[in-house]
Design a protein around this ligand. Structure first.
Ligand code: MTE
Ligand code: LUZ
Ligand code: MOS
Length: 736
């Protein structure tokens, strides 16, 4: 089954927010942002900007009619700076003009005077100063302090992973158009239409019903528009509401890179204890998360880090502590994996260090400690339907890991300047929003008089194929051809109180709701059987007859449905519960090759066995796995975010910040586990969006393995990413 959306995208026919033709009198905006990471705003004068040609208005915090607040989980984020600024790029004033060029030209006419305040950019430094977003949290299992004495080996170390730019193709964008009776319609590139609706209503001091949000589709989100679409939509809404004219706001690439948050960098201290057989007995880990200047989603991300602290392994005695540290960087935010990759990276570093100490293969320790049914996660949930071992065994066999190892050994013995390295990377990822309340979705299905069907739901299409999945699912449930089904844009007037499309739950939650709505309609069509009856053209004619007959009998041909994931919940006072509906498992084999003279490298091959359940759309899921791995490899290898000493982003374009391209992407073989039922999933499917990102972590260790072939004695710090510069210095710089 192909993805109808892909055809639209390939032909350039897909319509994004930027493709909406705005009203003739639409105004454009430019932002005045902070040039300082932390400062008191001593003086702000916009009068000269107001006098610039084409400028219609300049708005500051004082002009906000409702609340100057868009923080969602914690109300600590102002829309426009008031009194102080907390990061370079924070919005201070909004210039509204007849053209984007006129608005931008007026930017330098806004006078801002800063009184600098001390700034901190490092998570551990912020922690030392007590700058926390919330008190640290701890997940614990067993008796970790008592367990060390029973360990035959104990290793301790530190692991650091870096930030990551979302690099969605479509930058942040919004269009706000005033409606009659007051009110406003927003087209927003957001993963969270209801979140944008709530934030804009708050800023304007209006009830939510006065703000309609429509999302046509996103040119990629990857988490970067889960929370951070709101700021731009609210700014556009503010100007439109104040002026009674349409307002469009679109960031340029460098603005987007400088002003929006990234994946959270983490620093961690770990301690892992093993018995004489290589079984993990005790694990202690402390995470320092660099949250940036405001909470954003940091606390939720920190929570997912804790849930994935032990990753794919069973450890009977665990203490995992995590602190979300407030720094003067743009607020870091959701990014595919949502804190879990950062946790898994630390666990794998601990295993690598233990393997090195013991002189064994890391794979031996990984395999020995894999999760299995009957184990328990540190948060109290039992391991059920565990596929860790099956994925591991199938991958080891399918990709002939023993043969590969021998091949690498021979290659490395024969080559002087090229060395290969191999790593195995299991994956275990919990599915459901860890904030239980978010695990709900709505659908609205209309069967029109001619038998064609319109489906609306809470899911936002961002390239992950959820629209095609919903279309196929509705067609299959109703027993009609896909061509009869259209999936509408996500819109707050059609489905309300939506969670963001995130946590890989989009297809799961919305598919359940769409299916329920379709089933409601089927109940009212007694003459129609979705599974039986005539085939071909006759079948469609029969469907159409049933529909028009039902209409004549005054039967309701529309249905609304709501789905809430059953059986989940988490008690934050005890840090125990069952937060996830199920887990996704998998296993990757990653082969890397390093050029020791240049420090360059390539990933030669990736083989994956993925536990995808019974797929709703195999081609889409394949694309999700491939895309996820490449994005993960980029995070671990190429992509390095750098700020200068004043908190200004240096890597602010795609020349200075290197993301994976088609030349970087290795050949990837993906095998979906089969059979693979999944009772808690929609028609036995499994969520697929985020888990494959974690396979990319294998890239870090494959490179490390290759580097050790050059310098077996070296102990490099566990610091991702392995950029070419770092690889070069590791081989030719000072000995660590
Ligand atoms: N795939 C594409 N092409 N574009 C995206 O923005 N986002 C990822 C993943 N795959 C993304 C993507 C992230 S972070 C999530 S949470 C899921 O898709 C969201 O979609 P789903 O819940 O429907 O899987
Ligand atoms: N968003 C969120 C998420 O609010 N809660 C989550 O658990 C989550 N997980 C992954 C991605 N986004
Ligand atoms: Mo994805 S990080 O849940 O948007």
């Amino acid at each position: 089954m192909s993805n109808a959306d892909t055809v639209l995208l390939a032909r350039g026919e897909a319509r994004f927010v930027g493709d909406i033709v705005p009203p003739l009198d639409t105004l454009h905006v430019a932002l005045v942002v902070s040039e300082q990471a932390h400062a008191r705003l001593a003086w702000l004068d916009v009068s000269a900007a107001l006098a610039c040609p084409g400028v219609v208005a300049v708005f500051t915090a004082a002009d906000i009619p409702g609340q100057n607040q868009i923080g969602n989980i914690i109300p600590d984020e102002v829309l426009l700076a008031e009194g102080e600024v907390h990061y370079v790029g924070q919005a201070i004033a909004l210039i509204v003009a007849e053209s984007a060029a006129a608005a931008r030209a007026a930017r330098n006419s806004v006078a801002v005077a800063y009184e600098p305040l001390p700034a901190v950019f490092d998570a551990r430094a912020a922690y030392a100063q007590g700058e926390l977003i919330q008190p640290p949290r701890t997940f614990a299992l067993g008796e970790v302090d008592a367990a060390w004495q029973y360990c035959a080996t104990v290793v301790q170390g530190r692991a650091d992973s870096g930030a990551q730019e979302h690099a969605y193709l479509e930058t942040q964008v919004a269009l706000a158009v005033p409606r009659e009776q007051g009110g406003i319609k927003l087209w927003s590139a957001t993963q969270s239409p209801s979140g944008v609706q709530r934030a804009a209503a708050g800023v304007l001091g209006w009830p939510m019903h006065a703000v309609q949000v429509e999302v046509p589709r996103l040119g990629g989100g990857f988490g970067g528009k889960e929370e951070q679409g709101a700021l731009w939509a609210c700014l556009a809404a503010l100007a439109a509401a104040k002026l009674g004219r349409a307002v469009r706001l679109e960031l340029e690439r460098e603005e987007d890179m400088r002003w929006t948050g990234k994946r959270h960098p983490y620093s961690a201290d770990f301690k892992l204890g093993l018995d004489a057989d290589g079984r993990f007995l005790a694990y202690e880990v402390r995470f320092f998360q660099n949250a940036g200047a405001t909470a954003d989603l940091s606390t939720a991300i920190l929570e997912r880090t804790l849930f994935h602290a032990t990753h794919s392994y069973y450890i009977p005695n665990v203490r995992a502590t995590a602190a979300s540290c407030r720094t003067h960087l743009p607020p870091n935010t959701a990014f595919r994996g949502f804190g879990a990759p950062q946790a898994a990276f630390v666990m794998e570093c601990a295993i690598d260090l233990a393997a090195r100490r013991l002189g064994v293969d890391a794979a031996m320790l990984q395999a020995r400690n894999l999760l299995q049914d009957g184990d328990v996660f540190p948060y109290g949930m039992a391991v059920e339907q565990c596929r860790a071992r099956r994925c591991w065994d199938e991958a080891v066999q399918r990709y002939d890991v023993a043969g590969l190892r021998e091949q690498v050994r021979r290659f490395n013995a024969a080559q002087r300047w090229l060395k290969q390295g191999l790593a195995l990377m299991p994956v275990c990822f919990g599915i459901s929003f860890t904030n239980t309340a978010l695990n709900q979705a709505q659908a609205l299905v209309h069967v029109y008089g001619d038998g064609s069907v319109g489906v609306s739901c809470s899911a936002v299409e961002m390239g992950q194929g959820v629209r095609q999945k919903m279309r196929a699912l509705a067609a299959r449930t109703l027993g009609i051809p896909e061509t009869q089904v259209r999936v509408e844009n996500t819109d707050t007037t059609r489905t309300a109180n939506m969670p963001p499309t995130a946590a890989s739950t989009g297809a799961d939650l919305n598919g359940q709701a769409v299916r329920l709505a379709c089933l409601h309609i089927l109940e009212r069509l007694p003459d129609w059987s979705p599974a039986a009856g005539p085939e071909g053209e006759q079948r469609l004619a029969h469907w159409q007859a049933c529909v028009s007959d039902a209409w004549a009998r005054r039967v309701n041909l529309s249905a609304q449905a709501h789905y809430a994931t059953p059986g989940i919940g988490f008690d934050r006072t005890r840090e125990q519960g069952r937060p996830f509906a199920y887990h996704v498992y998998g296993m990757a084999v990653v082969l890397a090759e390093v050029d020791g003279l240049r420090g360059t490298y390539r990933f030669a091959r990736v083989g994956i066995v993925h536990d995808g359940g019974v797929s709703l759309a195999p081609l889409i899921d394949l694309g999700q796995v491939e895309g996820g791995v490449v994005q993960g490899l980029g995070w671990m290898a190429l992509e390095e975010i750098r700020y200068d000493a004043h908190g200004r982003l240096l890597t602010d374009n795609l020349g200075r910040y290197k993301i994976p391209d088609i030349h970087f992407a290795p050949p990837i073989d993906v095998h979906f586990l089969d059979p693979a039922d999944n009772p808690p999933g929609l028609l036995h499917s499994k969520a697929v969006g985020e888990p494959p990102f974690l396979y990319g972590i294998g890239g870090y260790f494959a490179l490390l393995d290759a580097l050790r072939a050059f310098r077996p004695e070296a102990d490099w710090p566990y610091e991702a990413p392995w950029t070419t510069e770092k690889v070069f210095m590791a081989l030719h710089g000072e000995r660590p």
